[in-house]
Write a protein that binds this ligand. Sequence first.
Ligand SMILES: NC(=O)c1ccc[n+]([C@@H]2O[C@H](COP(=O)([O-])OP(=O)(O)OC[C@H]3O[C@@H](n4cnc5c(N)ncnc54)[C@H](OP(=O)(O)O)[C@@H]3O)[C@@H](O)[C@H]2O)c1
Length: 290
Amino acid sequence: MSVFNPTSVSPQAGAGLARKVSPQAAARRARQRWWQLNAPMTDWSGRRVWLVGASSGIGLACAQALRAAGALVLISARNPQGVTAWAAQDSAVQWWPMDVTDPGQVQAVARAILAEGPLDLVVYAAGYYRAQRATALNLDELLAHDRVNYQGALQVLAAVLPGLLAQQHGHISLLSSVAGWRGLPNGLGYGPTKAALTHLAETLYMDVQDQGLGVSVVSPGFVATPLTAQNDFAMPALLTPEQAARAMLRGWARGQFDIHFPHRFTLWLKLLRLLPYRLYFPLVRRFTGL
Ligand SMILES: NC(=O)c1ccc[n+]([C@@H]2O[C@H](COP(=O)([O-])OP(=O)(O)OC[C@H]3O[C@@H](n4cnc5c(N)ncnc54)[C@H](OP(=O)(O)O)[C@@H]3O)[C@@H](O)[C@H]2O)c1
């Protein structure tokens, strides 16, 4: 078994990697401001965007905002009801049914989409959430979170990345959550999958930034969607899916890697992240009452 050991990577190996910057990537990087981690995406006219998990909620609102800005949107999920009437009226909206837990379906849809032309943006928005605490552990539910939220993202990544690397252009945006920033009560199934997604995006960014690709991780606070409709508490700083979509387009336009919103909520959570566990645990228990 080969184990990654950072100390075993020689400086020569690093130099070899650095030399592999593609000319397109170098030209794009030269146009970026120093604070922008990605090439800003502002002109959506004619852009092809694949949104996975966009039959409702944030993904659907995002597809609508991108379409309104001129993009061609390719939408995948299992249930078409939020999309079919819209796709029937507008030829720049395409419905590509797909279950992210079925690797064969993911490969086939990605292959067909890439065969029709290059992709400018892939958004992974598929998500599954059920509140769960360790005092009532349900393994099937835990694994269901992993299959949709994390393994599904891996399936999509594996299906599109070779094509994006070959075209030396494109951006991958993963819908994570502030729930992945640190452990929270009720997040036994959901939180770890979102932490994994954020980690995945960070690692992905470092691996592909020199290949002309962009990567961003989106961490919303609370957004009123079918996913959060089950919450039986008052959700602080609750946004509409349309507000969430606007924040995402703003983040992409600014070339951000870490797109989080609303700041009146997420900046407090960023602060909580810095606290030592001795303070973090009692504070969170006091805020949540759990
Ligand atoms: N709402 C929030 O407050 C909030 C906060 C932070 C992060 N997020 C994240 O934002 C993303 C979107 O969630 P949302 O709030 O907009 O909830 P949502 O309306 O329930 O959307 C979830 C989407 O995932 C799709 N999906 C679920 N299982 C799938 C599968 N096996 N294969 C393909 N697609 C699947 C659903 O479509 P089908 O059921 O038709 O397949 C739906 O389009 C999720 O990743 C969620 O974790 C949400």
